[in-house]
Design a protein around this ligand. Structure first.
Ligand code: NAD
Length: 326
C-alpha cells in the first residue's frame, strides 16, 4: 500500500514510518519540521519506497494514497503552547484537509488523538465512553480542545460522507527520538539524570501517569488501522500506573546515580491522574503493551546517553526543566 504519515519526521511518526516500510509498504512522510527532525528519518531517505514532503497540513494536499495516519501536531506543552493558534489550526484545518483527501481518494484515515481529550479526569481509569473534564479556555485548551474537534470532524466525515476512519486516543508514550528538553517528563528526567542534575518534579510528585513504549504504541496504531468496521475511539497506552516520584526514582537508579529531586509548582490544568482502560484495545485489536517500564527506560536512556554526550546541550531552545509533565 501507499501510506501517508503526516508528522512523519516526529517522534512517533518516524517510528511508524520505520514499521510501515518494514512491512513492505510505500511510505509518504509529510512534515513541516516544527518539532520533527531530519535525523529521525535520514536512514530512510535512500529507500525507494520512502518519499519525503515538506508541507504544512494547514494547507490542502492532493496525492494518491491508500491510507493516512494523521499525526501532524506538536505534542509537548512547550511546543503546542508556543503558537496556540497554530496548534488549533493544525488540529482543525489539518484534520479537515486530511479528511478531504481521504474522502477524495477513498483512503482509510487514522487520527492520532490523545488522552488529553479526557482533561483532568473525574473517572479512573479512563474508558472511551468517558466524555472528559476539559477546561475550554486554559493554556492547554489549544491542544485538548483541538484534538476533541479533530475527533468530532472524524466522526462527522464518517457519518456524513462515509469516510473510513479510525481514532487512536494515545496515552503518554516515550522512547528513542523524543526531543531532548521538550518538557515531557520522561525525557526531562533522563536528560537531567544523565547530566547529574536534580530531577524537576512539578507538584507533589504524587500525580500518576502511565507510560507506553513507542514500539508498543506503533503496534497498536498498525493494528487499529488494519481492523475492520471499528470507527469509535480506542485507547492506546500502558495501563500500569506510576507516580512521577516513582518515575524519578527509576530513572535515577537506571542511570546509576542518587535520587536528587527539586520540587516546583504544578502547571495550570495539569491532570492529577491518568491511566487508560484498554479493554477495548484488547478486545478489538488483541493488543496490549509488552515492553515494561524498566526495559523501555533502559533503551531510552541508552539513546539519550549518546546524544547528551554528543551535543552537550538541550534541544531547540526549550530548557529541560520546562513545566510540563505530559
Ligand atoms: N507522544 C505522546 O505521548 C502522545 C500522546 C498523545 C497523543 N500524541 C499524538 O501523536 C502525534 C505525534 O506526537 P509525537 O509525540 O510524535 O510528537 P512530535 O512533536 O515529535 O511529532 C509531531 C510531528 O508533526 C509535525 N507537525 C506539527 N505541526 C505540523 C503541521 N501543521 N504540518 C505538518 N507537520 C506538522 C512536527 O514537525 C512533528 O514532526 C501527535 O498528533 C500527538 O498529538 C502523542
Amino acid at each position: 500500500m501507499r501510506i501517508l504519515v503526516t508528522g512523519g519526521a516526529g517522534f512517533i511518526g518516524s517510528h511508524l514510518c520505520d514499521r510501515l516500510l518494514a512491512d513492505g509498504h510505500h511510505v509518504v512522510c509529510l512534515d513541516n519540521f516544527f518539532t520533527g527532525r531530519r535525523e529521525n528519518i535520514e536512514h530512510l531517505l535512500h529507500d525507494q519506497r520512502f518519499e519525503l514532503i515538506r508541507h504544512d497540513v494547514v494547507e490542502p494536499l492532493f496525492i494518491d494514497v491508500d491510507q493516512i495516519y494523521n499525526l501532524a501536531c506538536p505534542a509537548s506543552p512547550p511546543h503546542y503552547q508556543y503558537n496556540p493558534v497554530k496548534t488549533v489550526k493544525s488540529n482543525v484545518m489539518g484534520t479537515i484537509n486530511m479528511l478531504v483527501l481521504a474522502k477524495r481518494v477513498r483512503a482509510r484515515i487514522l487520527q492520532a488523538s490523545t488522552s488529553e481529550v479526557y482533561g483532568d479526569p473525574t473517572v479512573h481509569p479512563q474508558t472511551e465512553s468517558y466524555w472528559g473534564n476539559v477546561n475550554p479556555i486554559g493554556p492547554r485548551s489549544c491542544y485538548d480542545e483541538g484534538k476533541r474537534v479533530a475527533e468530532t470532524l472524524m466522526m462527522d466525515y464518517h457519518r456524513q460522507d462515509r469516510v473510513d476512519i479510525r481514532i487512536a486516543r494515545i496515552f503518554n508514550t516515550y522512547g528513542t527520538r523524543m526531543l531532548e528538553g521538550d518538557g515531557r517528563v520522561v525525557s526531562n528526567f533522563v536528560v537531567q539524570a544523565l547530566r547529574g542534575q536534580e530531577l524537576t518534579i512539578y507538584g507533589s510528585g504524587e500525580q500518576s501517569r502511565s507510560f507506553c513504549y513507542v514500539d508498543d504504541l506503533v503496534e497498536g496504531l498498525v493494528r487499529l488501522m488494519a481492523t475492520e468496521g471499528r470507527y469509535e475511539p480506542v485507547n492506546l497506552g500502558n495501563p500500569v500506573e506510576f507516580t512521577i516520584k516513582e518515575l524519578a526514582e527509576r530513572v535515577s537508579r537506571l542511570v546509576g546515580g542518587d535520587v536528587r529531586t527539586v520540587y516546583r509548582p504544578l502547571p495550570q490544568d495539569d491532570p492529577t491522574q491518568r491511566q487508560p482502560d484498554i479493554t477495548r484495545a484488547r478486545q478489538w485489536l488483541g493488543w496490549e503493551p509488552g515492553i515494561q517500564l524498566e526495559e523501555g527506560l533502559t533503551r531510552t536512556i541508552a539513546w539519550f546517553r549518546e546524544r547528551v554526550g554528543r551535543r552537550g546541550g538541550p534541544g531547540i531552545g526549550i530548557t529541560a526543566s520546562s513545566p510540563a509533565t505530559s
